[in-house]
Ligand binder design. Structure first.
Ligand code: FAD
Ligand code: NAP
Length: 313
């Protein structure tokens, strides 16, 4: 029986493992379907993690030392995809894709979320080279410049507003003339002078060269008029898929409380609605989707796991 099973080896899971093992738990295993590191390993540069400020270092470089540090205190890593987590009596059963399973006293689920891609020509090729899904992460790279933002939901409009404080001009491109975002957010964006709202318009292609994005080709879906914008950065906010499938039982029902968007409901201690089950990082409610926050969540969850196990014994 494991003291704790951690699912997902991004910043949240790795940090949870570090705190759990350094805090005295002997039998802690991190189940990660790939190499540990998480989605930040896709980043070409990270500048907003306090204490790490090395120009030109990629997300992969950044996560390298995390692994070394997090495994130093006894955390084990098993490269397996988890299928589901179930509470069986007082304990949990973690079942893997290949049908095998392990028992654990506690579980911390940190499987993150995945930004949706649109399939626009050039999006995949220029991903991380000017195409971004994170204004907080990458907005600063376009300080004083003009950028394009795609989407009409709350995230797109809130992020466009955030970018308007940094960039000279924000071109908000939406395929319809109505926004999904809440009316107050739409009004705030409409009032912002340097946000140029372009509706009924799709991005047909994101153009670029060896150095990254150079611009976008646009098409008005009502008039068929085509145009282009010269921008070095394109922010795509087409929604997120929360990687929450491990929390579904065999009938497809979630085993703990989730919100309408499929994010795990946790309290400030990262406790879910099920005793002994914790969640941390990008998959939880109101996650700011930042490495520093995911790491903080992971440490909080691990400290709670230690307290929970002490209470049980
Ligand atoms: P993730 O990093 O998403 O890790 C989840 C892990 O769970 C993954 O490794 C995945 O393989 C694993 N997993 C999923 N399902 C299963 C399963 N069923 N079984 C086993 N394993 C599973 N943040 C910043 O603070 N600054 C930045 O500059 C920045 N730049 C970014 C640039 C890019 C291109 C991207 C994509 C993100 C960026 N972010 C940045 C956001 C940051 O990466 C995330 O907030 C952070 O990684 C979230 O950590 P997490 O541990 O919650 O989840
Ligand atoms: P979302 O509401 O699903 O919006 C995604 C947007 O991207 C939509 O406007 C959609 O256009 C557009 N889009 C999707 N695929 C596209 C494609 N292939 N090409 C062009 N455009 C495309 O996602 P979200 O904004 O991330 O929000 C997710 C949920 O979180 C929502 O329920 C939202 O209310 C909530 N949220 C709330 C807050 C808040 O309350 N402060 C903040 C952020 C998010 P269409 O509109 O035409 O479909």
């Amino acid at each position: 029986m494991l003291d704790c099973a951690i699912i997902g080896g991004g910043p949240a899971g790795l940090t949870a493992g570090l705190y759990a093992t350094r805090g005295g738990l002997k039998n802690v295993t991190l189940f990660e379907m790939g190499m540990p590191g998480g989605q930040i390993t896709q980043s070409s540069e990270i500048e907003n993690y306090p204490g790490f400020f090395e120009h030109g270092k990629t997300g992969m470089d950044f996560m390298d030392t995390w692994q070394e540090q997090c495994f130093h205190f006894g955390l084990k890593h098993v490269m397996k995809k988890v299928e589901r987590v179930a509470k069986t009596g007082e304990h949990f059963t973690v079942t893997f894709e290949n049908g095998t399973s392990v028992e654990a006293m506690t579980v911390i689920v940190c499987t993150g979320s995945t930004p949706k891609r649109t399939g626009i020509k050039g999006e995949n090729e220029l991903w991380g080279k000017g195409v971004s899904t994170c204004a907080t992460c990458d907005g600063f790279f376009y300080k004083g410049k003009s950028v394009a933002v795609l989407g009409g939901g709350d995230t797109a409009l809130e992020e466009a507003h955030y970018l308007s404080n940094i960039c000279a001009e924000v071109n908000l491109i939406h395929r319809r003339d109505e926004f999904r975002a809440s009316p107050s957010t739409v009004e705030r964006v409409q009032r912002t002078k340097n946000i140029n709202i372009i509706t009924d318009t799709i991005i047909e292609e994101i153009e670029g060269d060896m150095m990254g994005v150079t611009g976008v080709k646009l098409k008005n879906v009502k008039t068929n008029e085509v145009s282009s914008l010269e921008v070095p950065g394109v922010f795509i906010f087409a929604g997120h898929n929360v990687n929450n499938s491990v929390l579904k039982d065999e009938s497809g029902e979630f085993i703990c409380k989730m919100n309408d968007w499929g994010q795990v409901v946790v309290n400030l201690s990262m406790k879910t609605s099920v005793e002994g089950l914790f969640s941390a990082g990008d998959m939880r409610i109101e996650a700011p989707k930042q490495v520093v926050v995911a790491a903080g969540d992971g440490s909080t969850a691990a400290l709670q796991v230690i307290a929970y196990i002490q209470e049980q014994s």
